[in-house]
Ligand binder design. Structure first.
Ligand code: SF4
Length: 372
């Protein structure tokens, strides 16, 4: 198995489950957090002994809402991470909800070694935040970005959602403007997608909520892309922009099809074998069952699958094509490649293929073409 240099830690607790969310997140289970941290610390320790892992180049503490943890709990997790070993200059990200970004938390996170903060702003307009069932206000979100910066974070991401019902292009651009003015180095803008099992999915199905059409969503996407480019942000992945040198190194690992370990409830791992096959593993999803299993045995794997070298190459092309600089992974697929170039969805540059503008709009279909 290839050596692993990236670690994802999942914290599945939230104060409230937003109606559009289909992540592995649970509300009203905060009482489980201490036992969960014990179990997660145990899983990290066991993995460090059993797997070829470290030194770690990237660590990502995601959720859920990791900022619900006390700074002492974050420090405990980071102690375990340190035992695996960190590479010099490792990128260590923590996801935070704006309401939790206080100067005390910021100080504690920095002291634990966290050096990148990803803030779930999502939107700033009161109607958008109400619709999304976010518990913070727009001014809370801007204050959070400013507090993080003033407290010493120099690598901050803001997550935003576009295509929110009721938010028009002008309102979306105002949101973007305010977030840029708060001085973020990285910005992720995701289309609000309707997942069938969520409450939003139900509301859309029953006609209670009309979603904006594709044209409106694309207009917001491209307007954001143009605005960000004007301010010097590089559009490096379909939904991600950064100032030069601030691309998210952890997410690049997944897009470049390099191995990573995921610990925590429902976390996924990807391992690469020397024969170019891929192993995917996933953990037990429910926090209680996870705590029980990981506390008892140090791991909580619920299932795994192995992808043949051919299938793994297809998956690498499917994921890699999301990077706007292009990917070489598609070179093993001359038929699909030619077809997609002729259809105007891909452009070829030497060994690389890149999405065209139309290809970006149809990226899921382009990627799926490589899964043979
Ligand atoms: S805060 Fe984030 S993870 Fe938690 S429910 Fe809302 S969208 Fe999902």
């Amino acid at each position: 198995m290839e050596r692993i240099h990236s670690l994802y830690l999942h914290v599945p607790f939230c104060t409230w489950v937003c109606k559009y969310c289909d992540f592995n997140a649970y509300a009203v289970l905060e009482g489980l957090i201490p036992a969960y941290i014990d179990a997660l610390a145990r899983e990290i320790e066991t993995a460090g002994e059993a797997l070829p892992i470290g030194p770690l180049d990237t660590v990502f503490i995601g959720g859920g809402t990791p900022s619900l943890l006390t700074t002492e709990q974050v420090r405990r997790l980071m102690d375990r991470v340190h035992r695996i070993g960190l590479a010099p200059g490792a990128e260590i990200t923590l996801e935070a909800n704006p309401s939790n970004v206080t100067s005390e938390h910021v100080d504690g996170w920095l002291r634990s070694g966290v050096n990148r903060l990803s803030v779930g702003v999502q939107g700033l307009q009161p109607d958008a935040l109400r619709f999304l069932e976010r518990l913070h206000s727009g001014s809370d979100a801007i204050a959070a970005l400013r507090t993080a910066r003033a407290g010493g974070f120099s690598n901050i991401n803001a997550d935003l959602l576009y295509g929110v019902p009721g938010v028009k292009l002008a309102g979306w651009l105002e949101t973007l403007e305010a977030v840029l003015a708060a001085g973020v180095q990285h910005l992720s803008a995701y289309e609000l997608t309707v997942e069938s099992k969520t409450r939003l999915g139900q509301e859309v199905r029953t006609g209670l909520v009309p979603m904006p059409g594709d044209d409106e969503q694309l207009a917001q996407y491209w307007a954001a892309a143009e605005r960000l480019e004007t301010s010097g942000y590089e559009h490096y992945e379909i939904s991600n922009w950064s100032l030069p040198g601030f691309a998210c190194r952890h997410n690049l690992v997944a897009w470049q099809y390099r191995p990573y370990l995921g610990c925590g409830a429902g976390a996924h791992s990807m391992f690469r074998r020397f024969d170019r096959s891929t192993e995917r593993r996933w953990n037990i999803k429910g926090p209680q069952a996870y705590i029980k299993q990981a506390s008892a045995s140090g791991h909580a794997v619920a299932g795994s699958e192995t992808l043949s070298p051919e299938r793994a190459l297809g998956e690498a092309a499917m994921i890699g094509v999301r990077l706007l600089d292009g990917t070489t992974a598609a070179r093993g697929f001359p038929v699909q490649r030619t077809h997609l170039v002729e259809a105007g969805l891909l452009a070829e540059h030497d060994d690389l293929v890149r999405l065209t503008r139309r290809g970006i709009e149809l990226a899921n279909q382009v990627g799926a073409a490589f899964l043979v």
